[in-house]
Design a protein around this ligand. Structure first.
Ligand SMILES: *Cc1c(COP(=O)(O)O)cnc(C)c1O
Length: 377
């Protein structure tokens, strides 16, 4: 097996993969309608539930072919009964995406907005639930990947349940990294795709949720032909296949990624991501960069740093400098401030972050950016 050039991706997914996962895509051609392939997907679905400690009698995983956004689309359009309303607890770009999906389907919804650098006000969430008994679905984002803010899903889920609503959480940027326990965390539905925490490739996304709720949703309006949760679940349960062509090679890679996930272990993997995140914070602090999210509110996976007020700073130029040397950094996603992001996803460790900061510092020096970086106020 020849080593493939290794790039350290500090963007928020796709993430750096191992060569064993890359090579797992190279398999004999197979028609995904073969029983052999169906068996692989069955085991895969069960493993996906186990990662979030779901009981296999209560929870199931439903596979989709697409990037992570397909999961948000599926959950919102499929799990809302007729005549009911969605409440989106929104403090960032990914919950805003959920609101845009509600708009696209014409779903009745409340966009309950909070500042991007703060957790939601739980009293206000509760007041909204009390005043709108027609809310049947509460949706939020676990780690707002645009900033790195962590949301209090356990408390939000408890509130949703107290008012009889189903709780769906976009866990795309925490799943298989920050430990999640769907029962304890009051999560009815969560989601992710293979290219983030699992460290495989884009093309396979999945929703993990309560079977009973999916079965109940068979009577809800079908708002999408391709992206309906019940239809996809039911087809797989009856036939052992995905309704439409699965991303075959991505599934082989994901199976290898799962073997590596179990070999590393939930706690050890989270400890590694935490190590990487600490190294990122230390590196930014050493250069004088300020971050947007207060330390106690950080997800531990995404650092969001403010552009310095230095006329020589140029995100594009520093990005290109690092990119040419095998390191990818990423712009931020906040409309009110100019930021860039460094993320702790992927098959990387502390030493990679230290190597990155040597390159980054050198790049800043060549650009003539003052170190420590300067801010006007
Ligand atoms: C990456 C990500 C998604 C999916 O984005 P795609 O571009 O569709 O892959 C969704 N939600 C969150 C929180 C994410 O980090």
């Amino acid at each position: 097996m020849e080593a493939i050039k290794r790039n350290v991706l500090l963007n928020p997914g796709p993430s750096t993969t191992t060569d064993t996962v890359k090579y797992a895509q190279v398999v004999p051609d197979i028609c995904p309608r073969e029983k052999e392939f169906g068996g692989l997907m069955k085991g895969l679905r069960e493993d996906l539930v186990r990662i979030v400690h779901g009981d296999l009698d209560t929870y199931t995983a439903v596979l989709f072919c697409g990037s992570g956004t397909i999961n948000i689309d599926v959950c919102l359009n499929s799990l809302l009964p007729a005549g009911k309303k969605v409440l989106v607890v929104n403090n960032g770009a990914y919950s805003t995406r959920a609101v845009e999906i509600c708009q696209a389907y014409g779903l009745p919804h409340i966009d309950l907005r909070f500042p991007v650098d703060q957790q939601p006000d739980l009293e206000l969430v509760e007041k909204t639930l009390r005043e709108h008994p027609d809310i049947a679905l509460v949706h939020t984002t676990h780690n707002e990947t645009g900033t790195g803010l962590l949301n209090p899903i356990r408390a939000l889920g408890a509130l949703a349940h107290r008012y009889g609503a189903v709780f769906t959480v976009d866990t795309t940027s925490t799943y298989a990294m920050r430990p999640i326990d769907v029962e304890k965390d009051n999560v009815d539905f969560c989601m992710a795709s293979a290219q983030k925490g699992l460290m495989a490739f884009t093309g396979l996304s999945f929703v993990i949720g309560r079977k009973a709720v999916i079965e109940q949703s068979a009577t809800y309006p079908i708002r999408s032909y391709y992206c309906n949760l019940w239809l996809q679940y039911d087809y797989f349960e009856r036939t052992g296949e995905m309704h439409f062509t699965p991303p075959v090679q991505t599934i082989y890679a994901t199976l290898q990624a799962l073997r590596e996930y179990w070999a590393e272990g939930e706690q050890a993997k989270w400890a590694r991501h935490t190590r990487v995140f600490c190294a990122i914070n230390d590196g930014l602090a050493a250069l004088g960069f300020r971050q947007v999210i207060r330390p106690e509110l950080r997800s531990g996976l995404v650092a969001s740093a403010l552009y310095p007020d230095d006329p020589n700073w140029s995100f594009e130029r520093i990005h290109d400098y690092c990119y040419e040397r095998g390191f990818t950094i990423y712009p931020g996603k906040i409309s009110s401030a100019n930021t860039f992001r460094l993320c702790a996803l992927g098959a990387i460790d502390e030493a990679d972050v230290r190597s990155f900061f040597r390159v980054f510092r050198q790049g800043l020096t060549e650009l003539g950016v003052q170190i420590p970086v300067i801010y006007q106020n």
